[in-house]
Design a protein around this ligand. Structure first.
Ligand SMILES: NC(=O)C1=CN([C@@H]2O[C@H](COP(=O)(O)OP(=O)(O)OC[C@H]3O[C@@H](n4cnc5c(N)ncnc54)[C@H](O)[C@@H]3O)[C@@H](O)[C@H]2O)C=CC1
Ligand SMILES: O=C(O)C(=O)COP(=O)(O)O
Length: 410
């Protein structure tokens, strides 16, 4: 059980990893926070545990693995900001069960990913990666053979969410036919049409682009049998997650030219920092565009993400607002002038709210506003009370059985 009295903002410690954009620092500093450390790359589990001992707010991107074991050793951690879309790198349930709220930026880099994969589709259909590699080696491969326009080709989009739909619109504007496959019923945009199944999509598409999250159900979704279902000479684009495509059969299909090309941005194992080596069976294949997980890495996307996620962390730190958290009950209570706000996160078992309110009624504390929301195994109660009673009430609330975290804000 952690009870946190309203700390002076200069004592609230932020750690931002993986080169989070400076726009995040601007937001945090403007909100009055100054204890902010930044690290360019991701940290190993041991380094992370070490650094997190006295950190209240952590910012990460896709590389930092926040396992249940790491989260178990973060006594002061209040919230995590994932400065990206995917949150598969975080054990969200373990975080929630410890009262740690997680926020992300669900839309800020969708356009960047869609633009990149569309550009790659054009380059691969023209054989540019091979012609470029040959020119660098002093060769000259001027030929129209195997080079095609994108116009009129069929693009199969697997995962018709934010990125998939954005790509669908851009691809149609270029004259492509779009088919898509999703596990949820989705409204087709423009003239796009749903494929009956993944095999149907694979058999119909000249280009297949993957935009699913990392889930048990998407792991190795394109394995040897699925790759064999793709049209001879087709192209595969993967800017989703490295666990979605099995690399060995893909490399074989590309070497044997059953597939004409691929653009791969994400890998089963990715280097932690820019100083670490990248290994992959796809290295050295001239018909493959390899990019270092940069689908969302544009100045525009990163600047927007920095602001969006930092603002979510500030709102949670300043007044307990959890709107759009990916693992926490969502509560947004307007601030009340002159009142102190008590935040109480607890296991969602019967009787906790009545225990909380017993503390207030026995202490004759006047409640100005109160809100309870639950999600999964936890409950989150925000209560505004008179300033004079808050310190004592906080101590009592933190002793209620089932309490995970409690804070007072003023
Ligand atoms: N390469 C990069 O830098 C980036 C990669 N990403 C990855 O792209 C993924 C997708 O991003 P968004 O489009 O924003 O997510 P989203 O959640 O809006 O869309 C994902 C779609 O996939 C569908 N889906 C889930 N399981 C499926 C399955 N088994 N078969 C077919 N469809 C399935 C969902 O129903 C949803 O419509 C992210 O989860 C992230 O892993 C996101 C941003 C940047
Ligand atoms: O937004 C995502 O899910 C991404 O994959 C982008 O990850 P990054 O912030 O570039 O490490």
């Amino acid at each position: 059980m952690t009870a946190l009295a309203s700390l002076d903002k200069s004592k609230i410690r932020f750690l931002l990893l993986e080169g989070v954009h400076p726009s995040a620092l601007d937001v945090l500093r403007a909100a009055g926070y100054s204890a902010i450390e930044t690290v360019a790359g991701a940290l190993s589990e041991a380094e992370l545990t070490d650094r997190l001992a006295d950190v209240h707010f952590l910012g990460i991107r896709s590389r930092t693995q926040l396992s249940a074991a790491v989260l178990a050793r973060t006594p002061k951690l209040v919230a995590v900001g994932a400065f990206c879309i995917g949150t598969n790198q975080i054990d969200l349930d373990a975080a929630r069960d410890r009262g740690i709220a997680v926020f992300n930026a669900p839309y800020s880099n969708t356009r960047s990913v869609a633009e990149l994969v569309l550009a790659e589709a054009i380059l691969l259909l023209r054989g540019v990666p091979e012609k470029n590699a040959m020119a660098h080696r002093g060769g000259w491969l001027k030929s129209a053979e195997g080079s095609y326009e994108i116009r009129g080709k069929t693009l199969g989009i697997v995962g018709y969410g934010s990125i998939g739909t954005q790509l669908s619109v851009l691809a149609e504007a270029m004259g492509m036919q779009v088919v898509f496959h999703d596990v949820v019923h989705k409204l087709p945009l423009g003239n796009a049409r749903p494929a009956g199944s993944l095999p149907e999509l694979l058999a119909a598409s000249d280009i297949v682009s993957l935009h699913v999250p990392e889930l048990p159900s998407t792991q190795w979704m394109l394995d040897e049998p699925e790759l064999a279902m793709m049209k001879p000479g087709a192209i595969l684009l993967n800017a989703s997650r490295g666990t979605v495509v099995r690399i060995e059969p893909l490399a074989r299909a590309l070497r044997e030219r059953r597939l004409a090309g691929a653009a791969i941005d994400v890998f089963p194992v990715e280097p932690r920092t820019n100083q670490d080596a990248f290994t992959s069976e796809l290295r050295g294949l001239d018909n493959v565009i390899l990019t270092p997980h940069i689908g969302g890495s544009t100045v525009e996307a990163q600047a927007n993400i920095g602001v969006e996620v930092a603002e979510k962390l500030v709102r949670y730190s300043d007044n307990g607002t959890t709107t759009s958290s990916v693992n926490f009950p969502e509560v947004a209570l307007p601030a009340q002038a002159g009142k102190h706000r008590l935040l109480h996160v607890h296991r969602n078992v019967p009787g906790v709210l009545s225990e909380i309110n017993r503390v207030f009624s026995e202490g004759q504390v006047n409640i100005a506003a109160q809100y309870l929301q639950t999600r999964g195994g936890i409950g989150y109660v925000v209560t505004d009370i008179d300033a004079a009673s808050s310190e004592r009430a906080l101590q009592q609330l933190s002793r209620i059985p089932g309490t995970l975290r409690s804070r007072v804000l003023f």
